[in-house]
Each structure stands twice: as C-alpha cells, then as structure tokens.
Write a protein that binds this ligand. Structure first.
Ligand SMILES: C[S@@+](CC[C@H](N)C(=O)[O-])C[C@H]1O[C@@H](n2cnc3c(N)ncnc32)[C@H](O)[C@@H]1O
Length: 165
C-alpha cells in the first residue's frame, strides 16, 4: 500500500479490482457447467454482479449470517449457512471438485487477521475447484496445487488475486 493512498483510494481499488477479476473469471469459465461459490455475502454487491452475469450456473452463497440488500438476497436453497470453517469441509463431500468459479471476500479491516484467515481456509477451498476452474479472492491465498494468474486489465496489483486449477 502506498503511504499516499487514503482509505477511500484503497476501497475504490478493491471495488474496481473485484469487478475486473470477476468479469474476467466469469468469461474464462463460461463453458464450464459447475456451480459458482460466493464466500461471504455481505451487502450482496458481488453476489448480485455474479447472478446478473452468470446465466445457467447456480450461485451458492457461504455466509454465517445473511444481512444483504433485499435485491441481493439468495434463495434459501442456495445459501450454505454457517461458519466457512465448518461449511467448506462439509461441502467437499457434497460437491466434490466441481466448482467452476469460487469468489472469496471474507475479510474485514484487519489485514493481519485476513491473512491468517486466508492461510486457514485455503486448504478448505482448494478441493472444491473443478479442473480449469478459477478462484478470485480479495486476499492472497495459500494453495498447494493452484496457480496464481496475471491480473486482467483494470485490476490493481495486490487488491485482488486469481488462481487456476
Ligand atoms: C466484506 S463482506 C463481503 C462483501 C461482498 N463481497 C459484497 O460485495 O457485498 C464479508 C462477509 O463475509 C462473512 N464472513 C466472514 N467470515 C466468515 C466466516 N468465517 N464464515 C462465514 N461467513 C463469514 C461476513 O459475515 C460478511 O458478510
């Protein structure tokens, strides 16, 4: 982070990068039939973006407490409610390595905590991604078998990360 960047600058970079990376990942995985996973619903902005731009693939949401904008609230049967530290391992049994796209935006304001959490959940996310599938994250992840990809045009280095199986 540049010392000259304000919190507003950082927020804008994160939003712009999320959209650029999601649009890229959606296009790259368009021919894959597997489900899409949104880890962390929050206000539901990125969920809404994905649902609008991904026809024909269900978008499952992993969230411990749904409190999104009414226009961005997923149907009950596509919500996997609970702490991802429990729901991700349980989902490996249910879905196997089938997800075409996984987006994670689980972090808060504490960068150190976000990094510790990313290290913890990386091995839980890794087995859910289908071969050729993409994982987009706001935090650097720690995968053993996934490859980090170059960011698409418009995304800001360090604000978003893309991995491929
Ligand atoms: C930054 S918000 C996501 C914002 C979202 N991308 C959007 O565009 O509105 C992070 C969300 O992750 C959820 N979350 C954080 N840690 C979690 C955990 N361990 N299990 C389940 N959900 C979690 C929080 O409840 C919060 O809703």
């Amino acid at each position: 982070m540049s010392e000259h960047q304000s919190r507003l600058d950082l927020f804008i970079d994160r939003m712009v990068s999320q959209r650029a990376c999601l649009d890229y990942a959606i296009a790259q995985t368009a021919d894959q039939p597997g489900p899409v996973f949104e880890l962390g619903l929050g206000n539901g902005r990125t969920y809404h973006h994905m649902v609008q731009h991904i026809p024909g693939r269900p978008v499952y949401v992993f969230e411990r407490a749904v409190a999104s904008h009414p226009d961005s609230t997923p149907p009950d049967d596509l919500v996997i409610l609970g702490d991802v530290r429990e729901t991700l391992p349980a989902s490996v049994e249910r879905f196997g390595a089938s997800a075409s796209l996984i987006h994670a935006d689980l972090g808060g304001h504490n960068r150190q905590k976000n990094d510790t959490f990313a290290r913890l959940v990386s091995p839980m996310i890794e087995p859910l991604l289908a071969p050729g599938g993409l994982m987009v994250s706001s935090d650097r992840m720690y995968f053993e078998t996934l490859t980090e990809m170059a960011l698409p045009e418009g995304a800001v280095e360090g604000r978003c990360f893309i991995y491929r199986r």
